[in-house]
Write a protein that binds this ligand. Structure first.
Ligand SMILES: [Zn+2]
Length: 119
């Protein structure tokens, strides 16, 4: 995930995390249709194909990730306003040249941090 978002910086990169029981088993890299350094819009066709794959493989959509190549390490007001799924939003932010991942649960216009575990 870090290699992917790093390869596309300074543009924002995005994707989907799928799996079972809160454990990610598959990462989908999705084109950022906005081609922007400050926002992302997932390619709807790629997103649809990913959702179909997730369904037909008995998995759940667990998370949506995107990068903030120039920070911040937290969700932006736009991220909060546009959050449409009850999943963990993972932000990969580059601060002082280092990528860091943090997870957030966004609900009713508010957010709280959730712990991410790398197994
Ligand atoms: Zn964002």
């Amino acid at each position: 995930m870090v290699a992917y978002v790093h390869s596309l910086a300074p543009l924002e990169a995005c994707g989907l995390l799928a799996g079972r029981d809160s454990k990610v088993e598959r990462i989908f890299f999705v084109q950022n249709q906005a081609r922007s350094a400050v926002r992302y819009v997932m390619d709807p066709i790629e997103q649809l194909h990913a959702f179909e794959w997730i369904d037909s493989n008995g998995m759940d959509l667990l998370g949506i990730f995107h990068s903030h190549p120039a920070g911040p390490e937290t969700v932006s007001p736009t991220d909060i306003a546009e959050a449409a799924y009850a999943v963990t939003y993972v932000i990969l932010a580059r601060m002082d040249g280092e990528w860091r991942a943090r997870g957030f649960w966004i609900e009713h216009g508010d957010f709280r941090e959730v712990t991410l575990q790398v197994l």
